[in-house]
Design a protein around this ligand. Structure first.
Ligand code: S6P
Ligand code: ZN
Length: 190
């Protein structure tokens, strides 16, 4: 019987400084890609008239999509604000709703917004080096850089998880993370 272990696929080296994992594809999201995400739409449009900064990158290793396979991605969110709201990811549910995910903090200071799809109840969980955040299934997740240096993290998820962005684009997260007195604070969107 042949071995299922393909050692060439077992080790990858990631570079937190560039947000890359070997030659795995890297997605770059600029401020202009995040229309609709921020609460203060005037501040968003104003910021865009000056500049279109890189907000975050994700390099993903997504080889096979077999039952039981895992995928993972290295995310880097740059520090910044739109109005009083910190730079953030688009956020998503998994297309396969039951799929959970594990986030592992590597560098920087941030938080995750976790929102139960059914109840719309939101939780704020710190994402920091040497800590892991378990995102259960059926939970929309968005990552936010609340610090002054890039927030770097690894996300590990079932290969079949997939991404559902449209639901989030339509209804958005019920809560936002703003800077108040120099510190992060979660408030309701409206
Ligand atoms: C994938 C995982 C992460 C995100 C990354 C960017 O399931 O949750 O790798 O893709 O944090 O966020 P988003 O919402 O733009 O995919
Ligand atoms: Zn995810």
């Amino acid at each position: 019987m042949s071995s299922l272990l393909d050692v060439s696929q077992s080790l990858s080296r990631f570079d937190p400084a560039t947000g890359t994992i070997g030659d795995a594809p890297q997605v770059k999201r600029y401020l202009a890609d995040l229309r609709g995400c921020f609460r203060d739409t005037e501040a968003y449009e104003r910021a865009l008239t000056h500049d279109n900064p890189l907000v975050y990158t994700v390099a993903a290793v997504e080889p096979a999509v077999g039952e039981g396979d895992l995928h993972y991605g290295l995310g880097v969110i740059y520090p910044g604000l739109v109005g009083d709201e910190y730079f953030l990811t688009k956020g998503h549910l998994h297309a396969w709703r039951a799929a959970a995910e594990l986030y592992i903090g590597i560098a920087g200071e941030g938080v995750m917004l976790l929102e139960d799809e059914a109840t719309e109840e939101t939780h704020l969980v710190p994402l920091q080096p040497n800590s892991a955040v378990y995102v259960p299934g059926h939970t929309a997740h968005r990552t936010v850089n609340t610090g002054v240096v890039p927030l770097t993290y690894l996300g590990v998820y079932p290969a079949r998880a997939g991404h559902e962005y449209d639901v989030i684009a339509e209804r958005n997260f019920r809560s936002v993370v703003i800077q108040r007195d120099g510190k992060p604070l979660m408030i309701r969107r409206n």
